[in-house]
Design a protein around this ligand. Structure first.
Ligand code: GLC
Length: 432
């Protein structure tokens, strides 16, 4: 087996399309961004003193998390086993900086994995390459709690990045041997700088890590943040929507956008810039319409709950998904012959040969799809929310005069009133 060319199994991933990201750690208590240690230059000792001993998620019920994710239509989840702060959710044998040593008193990862699997979701593990807590992690000039610190060089004395890499490899081995089949391994992140500073694949010994990963779980889907030109399976744009299907060296690749509700990944009490449910639904559709996935993030509170803002959005997405998931699961970008209409997004199910028109604005009764492909291949149309027939090409001569250019278009005759759903979808059945 050449570990460099082995590919993870993406067959389920490109069917399932929708997952939940979970960022949960000590920063949930700071409740003002998971990077607060860096943002506010909080020393390791102070951070530990404030948050480690007080971490007490007494309301943590992974069953509830999993059922909220499943009800939203999510099919997999990716959780931070450790974020940049260095705190570990599982009972790692390689550190004391872990959930069992807090007031939680137990491994918090295992029951989560069990609960999500119990609800039929696949398991992904996010693992931070960066570790601001580990005594061997070499401090960077511009990143981390000691950035711009006058004594940074002194603070770096005795640190040994390769020993840190041993620790990293050891923890990844634990994660890939103690939690059953892992579907996604999501490392974060490398930041090589042209002047040689920062962290690159040599700092993690990424090649060796990849070899171990492919030996332990060859099928696992690997993200693209190990700073290796090979070995990765998915591209992971974050906090933006790609304009088109993501390509690498001219080829379309498997990709997944990861997005937040409001900006921060960890629980942020005061952030007011929350996206509304309809926008989040449109984001999911947008991903699938470009052949990608959406990994939507929840930052649970320090007490171990999803807050009301997150729950109401998940519920709203679930309401839409209950009737419209057919236009998401197993779907992808429509063939080029079907031109994207204005104010709409297209998704396409290649096996069922159905095309879905997601209407971003409700049209004035007639909706035109331009091009011969529509005219020649659509044999039946219905609204997806209630399977009610949508008439095709029904108009009278006088209307044609006003509409003009109808010869090369398929006309859908929609009801005057917009169905009461976040994004109405028309399901088009295509001829073979
Ligand atoms: C970034 C951030 C981080 C977040 C991640 C998710 O790289 O460092 O806080 O976990 O993106 O994609």
């Amino acid at each position: 087996m050449d570990y460099k060319t082995v590919k993870g199994d993406s067959s389920w991933f490109t069917q399932d399309r929708f997952g939940m990201f979970i960022h949960w750690g000590l920063y949930s208590q700071g409740a003002r961004h998971e990077w607060l240690m860096h943002n506010e230059k909080i020393s390791v000792a102070e951070y530990e003193r404030k948050y480690f001993k007080r971490f007490d998620p007494d309301l943590y019920d992974p069953e509830q998390w999993a059922s909220a994710a499943a009800a939203a239509g999510m099919k997999y989840f990716v959780v931070t086993t450790k974020h940049h702060e260095g705190f570990c959710l599982w009972d790692s044998q390689l550190t004391d900086y872990k959930a069992p040593n807090t007031a939680a008193g137990r491994d918090l990862l295992r029951p989560m994995v069990d609960a999500f699997r119990g609800h039929g979701l696949r398991t992904g593990l996010y693992h931070s390459l960066i570790d601001w807590h580990h005594p061997d992690f070499v401090l960077d000039p511009h990143i981390g709690p000691y950035r711009e610190h006058a004594d940074r060089l002194k603070l770096n004395e005795g640190r040994n990045q390769q020993r840190y890499a041993d620790y990293l490899h050891g923890q990844v081995r634990e994660l890939l041997t103690q939690f059953g089949k892992i579907d996604v391994m999501w490392f974060d992140f490398s930041y090589p700088k042209p002047d040689g500073s920062g962290k690159c694949q040599l700092d993690w010994r990424s090649d060796e890590l990849l070899k171990m990963i492919r030996e332990l779980q060859p099928q696992v889907l690997l993200d693209d943040r190990l700073d290796l030109p090979y070995g990765w399976d998915i591209k992971t744009p974050e906090q933006l929507q790609p304009r088109a299907w993501f390509t690498h060296e001219g080829q379309r690749v498997v990709w997944e956008a990861c997005q937040t509700f409001s900006g921060a990944w960890g629980y942020h009490r005061d952030e007011a810039s929350w996206r509304d449910t309809d926008e989040l639904i449109r984001t999911l559709i947008d991903c699938v319409s470009k052949g990608g996935n959406l990994l939507l993030n929840v930052g649970p509170t320090g007490r171990g709950e999803f807050d009301a803002r997150a729950l109401s959005r998940l519920k709203g997405i679930g309401d839409w998904m209950r009737r419209h998931s057919r236009a998401i699961y197993g779907c992808t970008q429509a063939p080029d012959a079907f031109k994207k209409p204005e104010n709409a997004l297209l998704t396409y199910h290649p096996e069922k040969k159905r095309l879905y028109v997601h209407l971003l604005a409700w049209p004035y009764k007639q909706f035109f799809l331009d091009g011969k492909a529509y005219q020649e291949r659509v044999e039946y149309a219905q609204l997806l929310n209630d399977a009610s027939e949508v008439g095709m090409n029904k108009y009278e001569a006088w209307q044609e005069v006003w509409q003009q250019d109808t010869a090369n278009a398929l006309c859908l005759n929609l009801p005057q009133t917009k169905p009461d759903v976040a994004v109405p979808v028309i399901e088009l059945f295509l001829k073979d």
